[in-house]
Design a binder for this molecule. Structure first.
Ligand SMILES: [Zn+2]
Length: 362
């Protein structure tokens, strides 16, 4: 049976006062998802393996049907962008941050994280400054920059939880002299390296053999799992992604692949920005421009829509616990007129249970 899995990153949420106490999924008009919930199957599944933090690193391999222990995300994102560090080099995430003083000063604090358009412009400036220093910077969008260093280090702490705290809490800084010179050059802004760690070492084989995604981490996971991961023009991994292009690419891949996954990063980004209205607008567009065409194009096949974790647009943080899923194939759990967190009461599955109940490979 042909199968399409749609992963809406961070789509599950909490009720928001800005949406009159509804979640974005509840507030958004989603007639195609609602039709699947009414005539197909709904339930909860837990995408986060025991002992791991909720996030795409943990949830997406689980949804794709493989087991993995915690790993560093930067190397996977580098793979997703075709950046290949040489032996002895290491790929790290590099966030633009404003700090209060020299990096070597124990009193220096992390003032702010620059992950918007201003940060992206500064990243391009930083890349030019670092040229010839032995440290390479590959600017990305939405702050997703990759830095390749000539030394390897520990995992390092991401900047997000350290706002207002001493930069020394991040532990050892690789290439600190270079990053301090960059701080002087950019008037108090430098790069915060993080995202190192153990290599991605999946166990098992994914039933999915093709993946449509724009986000670097997800593209890297797909490539490392041996999937076909095409470049889809307009699939940016950001809130401006072209959803209809993703739908078209997914349906085209179904001609040669039995099981195709498609990932949309945008709901998670809107929630991290604590913007439930934007998140609801994105979910409305996802329903119209992605789910509708896929539901029409899958024919007698199976369409499953879920998320890799929840993200609160109230707190801006990932949410632990189960997430809702909906499938177009009935199993007796459907009958809801709406698809949202509060309308589902069936037991929680593991992603593995979902694929075992109706194996993709059959
Ligand atoms: Zn996130």
């Amino acid at each position: 049976m042909k199968t399409v899995l749609v992963i809406l990153d961070g789509a599950a949420d909490e009720p928001s006062p800005l949406l009159c106490g509804k979640t974005p999924l509840h507030a958004a008009p989603t007639p195609h998802l609602d039709r699947m919930a009414a005539t197909g199957a709904v339930g909860w599944l837990n995408p986060t393996p025991a002992g791991q933090a909720p996030g795409s690193e943990a949830g997406i391999p689980a949804l794709l049907g493989v087991e993995s222990t915690a790993y560093g995300r930067a190397a996977v994102e580098a793979e997703g962008r075709g950046i290949q560090p040489a032996d002895g080099q290491q790929a790290l995430r590099a966030s633009l941050v404003r700090v209060s003083g020299p990096l070597g000063d124990p009193g220096t604090k992390l003032v702010e994280l620059l992950d918007g358009d201003a940060g992206d412009r500064l990243a391009r400036n930083a890349a030019r400054f670092l040229d010839g220093t032995g440290v390479s910077l590959y600017p990305g969008t939405a702050g997703r920059n990759i830095m390749v260093t000539p030394v390897t280090t520990e995992a390092l702490t991401p900047p997000h939880p350290l706002r207002g705290l001493p930069v020394s809490l991040a532990g050892q800084w690789p290439c600190r002299k270079v990053l301090e010179a960059l701080r002087v050059h950019l008037g108090g802004v430098t790069l915060w390296p993080w995202g190192g760690g153990a290599p991605f070492a999946p166990r098992g084989t994914s039933p999915f053999t093709a993946l449509v995604a724009g986000a670097e981490l997800v593209r890297g996971l797909g490539r490392m799992l041996g999937m076909v991961v095409p470049d889809v023009p307009g699939a940016t991994g950001n809130t401006d992604t072209c959803l209809s292009a993703k739908a078209h690419a997914t349906l085209a891949l179904l001609g040669r692949h039995r099981a195709v996954a498609v990932h949309v990063e945008a709901p998670d980004l809107a929630a991290h920005r604590r913007d439930p209205l934007a998140k609801a607008a994105i979910l409305r567009a996802v329903d119209r421009e992605l789910i509708g065409p896929l539901a029409a194009g899958i024919g007698n096949g199976r369409l499953v829509v879920t998320c890799d974790h929840g993200t609160s647009s109230v707190s801006g943080c990932h949410l632990d616990g189960p997430v809702p899923y909906v499938s177009n194939l009935p199993d007796g759990t459907g009958g809801n007129n709406r698809f949202f967190e509060g309308a589902i009461g069936t037991p929680v599955l593991s992603p593995r249970d979902l694929w075992i109940m109706d194996p993709v490979a059959c």
